[in-house]
Design a protein around this ligand. Structure first.
Ligand SMILES: Nc1ncnc2c1ncn2[C@@H]1O[C@H](COP(=O)(O)OP(=O)(O)O)[C@@H](O)[C@H]1O
Ligand SMILES: [Mg+2]
Length: 319
C-alpha cells in the first residue's frame, strides 16, 4: 500500500521525514504521538494516518482534551448512563465506543487532568472502561493517535503528566516541523491555498508577486500553516487583480522603514556633503586652496561650509 494523502503539502527535508514515518506507521496498529507547534498539521496528519491504515473504512473520531472541563470530558470520552449526574437526562455513548473498529484522535493530551489521565491509561492498557454511572464494562477495539504542542517529557519530569501514560503514548512519536523550518514549502503551500480560495470565492487572482514570498520568508509564523491559510484566505478575498501583492497582506508583512528595521538611517544630503568635505580636507592636509579647487567651489564658499559644518581643525593641528 502506498501512502496517499493529496491534502498534505510538503517536500522539504523535514516534512519528507515526517511523511516517511507516517507511511511506515500507518498500516500498523501502533499508537502514534504527533508532536509540533500549533497549526503544524497534527490533525491533518492523524487523518492521513487513519486513511492509510487498515481501519480506513472505520470511524475517525476526534476528541479535543483541552476543550471541556473534566466531568464533561469524561462523559464525552466514556459516555454516561441516564441520571449519572445532574443534567444527564439521557444515556450517551462516549467517543471511545464511537471509535470502535476505527481510530480515536486524542488532541491536546498535554491538557488532561490527573484523574482523566488515570482513566485513559486504563483504557489504553485493557481497552476496557465503564461509562459514568454504569457498572457495565465495555470493551472496544480502537487505535489511538494522540497529539500535543506541549513538551510531555518536561511535564513528566515536573510531575504534571503521568509517566506510565507517557510511555503508553510515546510508542511512535512523529514531530511535525514548524513552518519557519520548512520555508522551502512556502511556494507549494501558497499556491495550494491560492487555488483553494480563488475557486471557493471565484476571485480573479492567479499568482503571487515575488515580494510576497520574500516577505513571507522573513516572517516567523508563530501560527504555522493555519496562520498561512488564514492570511491567504483574506488576501485572496481582498485581491482585485490577477497578482496578489503585499498590499493584501497584514501589517506585519508591509515594507518597513530603516528605523523600524533597527538599521542606521540613511545620511541626509548635508551629512554626505559634510563627510565629503571633511575627507577632502584631511586628504590635502587642510590646504584650503587645493581643497576648494578639488571640490570645484570658491575659497569663500569652502570657508563658509567649514564654518557651518564645524570642520575647523583642532587648535594643535592648525599650526
Ligand atoms: N502540510 C499541509 N498541507 C496543507 N494544509 C495543511 C498542512 N498542514 C496543515 N494544513 C492545514 O493547516 C490547518 C491547521 O492544521 P491542523 O492539522 O489543524 O494543525 P494542528 O492540529 O497541528 O494545530 C488545517 O486547516 C490544515 O488543513
Ligand atoms: Mg489541532
Amino acid at each position: 500500500m502506498s501512502f496517499q494523502f493529496p491534502g498534505v503539502i510538503g517536500d522539504s527535508p523535514r516534512m519528507r521525514e515526517a511523511l516517511r514515518l507516517m507511511e511506515i506507521v500507518a498500516p500498523s496498529e501502533a499508537t502514534v504521538l504527533l508532536l509540533g507547534e500549533t497549526g503544524t498539521g497534527k490533525e491533518l496528519a492523524a487523518q492521513a494516518i487513519h486513511l492509510n491504515s487498515l481501519r480506513r473504512q472505520g470511524p475517525f473520531v476526534v476528541v479535543n482534551c483541552a476543550a471541556l472541563p473534566e466531568p464533561l470530558l469524561e462523559s464525552e470520552l466514556f459516555g454516561h448512563e441516564r441520571g449519572a449526574f445532574t443534567g444527564a437526562t439521557s444515556r450517551r455513548e462516549g467517543r471511545f465506543l464511537l471509535a470502535h473498529r476505527g481510530t480515536l484522535f486524542l488532541d491536546e493530551v498535554g491538557e488532561l487532568s490527573p484523574a482523566t489521565q488515570a482513566k485513559i491509561l486504563r483504557v489504553l492498557q485493557s481497552r476496557e472502561f465503564e461509562p459514568l454511572g454504569s457498572t457495565r464494562t465495555l470493551k472496544v477495539d480502537v487505535r489511538i493517535i494522540a497529539a500535543t504542542n506541549r513538551d510531555l517529557e518536561a511535564m513528566v519530569r515536573e510531575g504534571s503528566f503521568r509517566e506510565d501514560l507517557f510511555y503508553r503514548l510515546h510508542v511512535f512519536p512523529i514531530t511535525l516541523p514548524p513552518l519557519r523550518k520548512r520555508l522551502e514549502d512556502l511556494p507549494w503551500l501558497t499556491e495550494f491555498f491560492l487555488r483553494r480560495f480563488r475557486d471557493k470565492y471565484q476571485r480573479p487572482v492567479r499568482c503571487l508577486a515575488p515580494e510576497v514570498l520574500a516577505a513571507m520568508r522573513r516572517y516567523p509564523w508563530p501560527g504555522n500553516i493555519r496562520e498561512l491559510e488564514n492570511i491567504m484566505e483574506r488576501a485572496v478575498l481582498m485581491c482585485e487583480g490577477e497578482v496578489l501583492t503585499l498590499a493584501e497582506l497584514p501589517p506585519a508583512f508591509q515594507p518597513r522603514t530603516p528605523e523600524e528595521e533597527g538599521l542606521p538611517p540613511e545620511p541626509s544630503p548635508q551629512e554626505m556633503e559634510r563627510e565629503y568635505i571633511r575627507k577632502t580636507l584631511e586628504r590635502f592636509a587642510f590646504n584650503r586652496e587645493e581643497v576648494a579647487r578639488r571640490l570645484e567651489i570658491s575659497l569663500e564658499e569652502l570657508n563658509f561650509k567649514i564654518k557651518v559644518y564645524g570642520l575647523e581643525p583642532a587648535k594643535e593641528h592648525a599650526r
